[in-house]
Design a protein around this ligand. Sequence first.
Ligand SMILES: NC(=O)C1=CN([C@@H]2O[C@H](COP(=O)(O)OP(=O)(O)OC[C@H]3O[C@@H](n4cnc5c(N)ncnc54)[C@H](O)[C@@H]3O)[C@@H](O)[C@H]2O)C=CC1
Ligand SMILES: O=C(O)[C@@H]1CCC=N1
Length: 273
Amino acid sequence: MQHRNIAFIGAGNMTRSIISGLVNNAYPAHLITASNPSIGKLSALQADFGINVTQDNKEAVDASDVVVLAVKPQLMEQVCEKLAQQQDLSGKLFVSIAAGITTPRLQQMLGGTLPVVRTMPNTPSALGKGMTGLFADTNIDEVDKQYAADLMGQVGEIAWVEKESMIDGVIAAAGSSPAYFYLFLEAMQTEAERQGFDHATARLMVQQAMLGAAEMVCQHPHLELSELRTQVTSKGGTTAKAIESFQEQGLQQVVANAMQAAVKRAEEMAKQF
Ligand SMILES: NC(=O)C1=CN([C@@H]2O[C@H](COP(=O)(O)OP(=O)(O)OC[C@H]3O[C@@H](n4cnc5c(N)ncnc54)[C@H](O)[C@@H]3O)[C@@H](O)[C@H]2O)C=CC1
Ligand SMILES: O=C(O)[C@@H]1CCC=N1
């Protein structure tokens, strides 16, 4: 990928993941700057990856061609408006990873029709196994689009969406969804413990089953998920009874409701922030 000066505003979990992916893929650390109000996370990033750090967002942005906006959504307005007041932001590419803040709103906060690519990664980016959705408005040129794709491609798979509203769908399916899987595993672990297993053995069983199932899914991209399920489900056997129980209780609708709730919250956040 192209190596440009890049600043990360907000040095939290997602920033650490992306910087780790960049540096591990030979992006020059001296071109990367992270800024954050507290020094602790910055010192750790500097020690681990050899990047530049600062407690001053302006300094980070001044040194950069690309600015990754990685603060919590409720802080975005304050952070962007201050940057816009402090310096000329023209000529820079902005990449937002924040949930629920639209491109026009980000441009408004930044004080002009600056190039903004919206992205939605997820926490497995920390292991290089992330899933990121990206949206670029028509004012983003192909070189900048490629840079944004390469940036997020350092930490996993990427998918472009045509309409900005589909970023909320990415949140529902990939940004938030690691937490759904954890919730499901928690429920399984709890029931395995109730059936007599100790905490660690219950955890081992559910995590290894999930890992194996995820590998099966990934290694057979042309097999429908329903086919993989059928392979486990012996006629008249145990799995059939478990699946029947899920289906009787409306699992498809439960999942649909949860994903729609995530989209609705993203839409609310777009109005709120
Ligand atoms: N955690 C997740 O699963 C995902 C989060 N996101 C988005 O990523 C963004 C960051 O999330 P996380 O990394 O999880 O949060 P985080 O809380 O770990 O990181 C945010 C960082 O911003 C810093 N910060 C606070 N005020 C600041 C300021 N004025 N200037 C500069 N930095 C400031 C905080 O000290 C913190 O280190 C959010 O907008 C969130 O919507 C997107 C996809 C997934
Ligand atoms: O829960 C959230 O709002 C963020 C966005 C996707 C994952 N975490």
